[in-house]
Design a protein around this ligand. Structure first.
Ligand code: NDP
Ligand code: MG
Length: 386
């Protein structure tokens, strides 16, 4: 029996790579549902190739054209469309590869329906990790991480007994060796030139500021139920060691391989099996030759400290940080603010923020909206003063 898959965000960086994986392993996987935001052109190509039964798009207007061209497919739209795909009776596994908070509700609804969850969307755990993980435990659903660092830890941790520390690696991004002056003049092109990974624009900017690593620390805290004190970030520019786990006896198990998202995506979909898939080239230790490790520069990349702080404080602090950062990154992508303003804006909002303890899902979404509105106002002021 082939595993029946729905992909939220099939037109994105993770979504397209996931389809490459399922195409290569077509005897194992059947694509039941796909979803896109604005890239209808690519979605149409995917429909022709993978013949899903359901698709969902962001805007209702795009459904008219799609219904004409594909009269036999169920065409849905909006956040409701994503939830409908996530909870389809016929699917076994949901891959959540949309970016941003829109991944949260469909993931929760899919867990309630006891679907297997392959989770790329880190915002889901950053915003509502306590709620999502509790629900997953109650429903006996395992959240299979797609994020490469978390997939690595998941592979190393082996049941989670006697683990002392999680070690999360980071490439250091395009500004790893830049000085303060270079950071002041950092433009969009430089921020988007990630040395190792080809990802969506938002996560690429987060990788430049190391906010991505901060979000990953919060993600790891929830996924593996670890205190922040026991999660360590290490800069590893070669990105061959994807992360590691230290056990109480001093043993460290690391997961190593070529930097390719195909591997963690595939593992989340084939788990618990390992099969020969899209990456057939062996990692060559001799060619790799040198593996370097450094302490992160928390002064040059203060977003990482902020994320640790938000995570430790808990409540809706991570929601606030995530929302302010995301709006600031969007403004940077629109060339409205400078690179260093991303942190400045996020930090100023965070410092004035009043968190809610043990928030409900509705409170989380309300706080998210509130912070975004505030951030947009501050961004306007920055624009006027530029
Ligand atoms: P992309 O920006 O490349 O893709 C995002 C996907 O979500 C696209 O399919 C996009 O559609 C869709 N989308 C965005 N907004 C909406 C919306 N409002 N309604 C419906 N669909 C929407 O992002 P990535 O693939 O890079 O990342 C996806 C998630 O995975 C993020 O949460 C990221 O943090 C995480 N992740 C990514 C990694 C990577 O290597 N890329 C690694 C680890 C985690 P469209 O393009 O059609 O508009
Ligand atoms: Mg990652």
């Amino acid at each position: 029996m082939r595993k029946k898959i729905a992909i939220l965000g099939s037109t994105g960086s993770i979504g397209t790579q996931a389809l490459e994986v399922t195409e290569k392993l077509s005897e194992k996987f059947e694509i039941i549902a796909l979803s896109a935001g604005n890239n209808i052109h690519l979605l149409k190509e995917q429909i022709r190739k993978f013949s899903p039964k359901y698709v969902s798009v962001k805007n209702e207007t795009d459904t008219i054209e799609l219904k004409k061209e594909f009269p036999n497919i169920n065409i849905l739209y909006g956040n409701e469309g994503l939830i409908e795909l996530a909870t389809l009776n016929e699917i076994d596994t949901l891959l959540v590869a949309v970016s941003g908070k829109i991944g949260l509700k469909p993931t929760i609804e899919a867990i309630k329906k006891k679907k297997n969850i392959a989770l790329a969307n880190k915002e889901t755990l950053v915003m509502a990790g306590d709620i999502v993980m509790k629900l997953a435990r109650e429903n006996n659903v395992q959240i299979l991480p797609v994020d490469s660092e978390h997939s690595a830890i998941f592979q190393c941790i082996n049941g989670g007994k006697n683990v002392k520390k999680l070690i999360i690696t980071a490439s250091g991004g395009p500004f790893r060796t830049s000085n303060k002056e270079e950071l002041q003049n950092a433009n969009l092109d430089k921020a988007l030139a990630h040395p190792r990974w080809n990802m969506g624009k938002k996560i690429t900017v987060d990788s430049a500021t190391l906010m991505n690593k901060g979000l990953e620390v919060i993600e790891a805290h929830h996924l593996f139920n670890f205190d922040y004190e026991d999660i360590k970030v290490v800069i590893h520019p070669q990105s061959y060691v994807h992360s590691a786990v230290e056990f109480v006896d001093g043993s460290i198990i690391a997961q190593i391989g070529i930097p390719s998202m195909h591997i963690p995506i595939q593992y989340a979909l084939t788990y618990p099996d390992r099969v020969e898939g899209i990456e057939t080239e062996s990692f060559d230790f001799i060619k790799a030759a040198k593996l370097e490790f450094y302490e992160p520069d928390y002064e040059k990349f203060p977003s990482l400290s902020l994320a640790f702080k938000a995570g430790k404080l808990g409540g809706t602090y991570p929601v606030c940080m995530n929302a302010a950062n995301e709006e600031a990154v969007f403004a940077f992508l629109d060339k409205k603010i400078k690179y260093l303003d991303i942190y400045k804006i996020t930090k100023s909002i965070f410092d004035d923020y009043k968190s809610i303890d043990n928030p409900t899902l509705d409170q989380i979404l309300e706080e998210d909206e509130k912070v975004r509105e505030l951030t947009k106002k501050i961004i306007k002021k920055y624009e006027e003063n530029q």
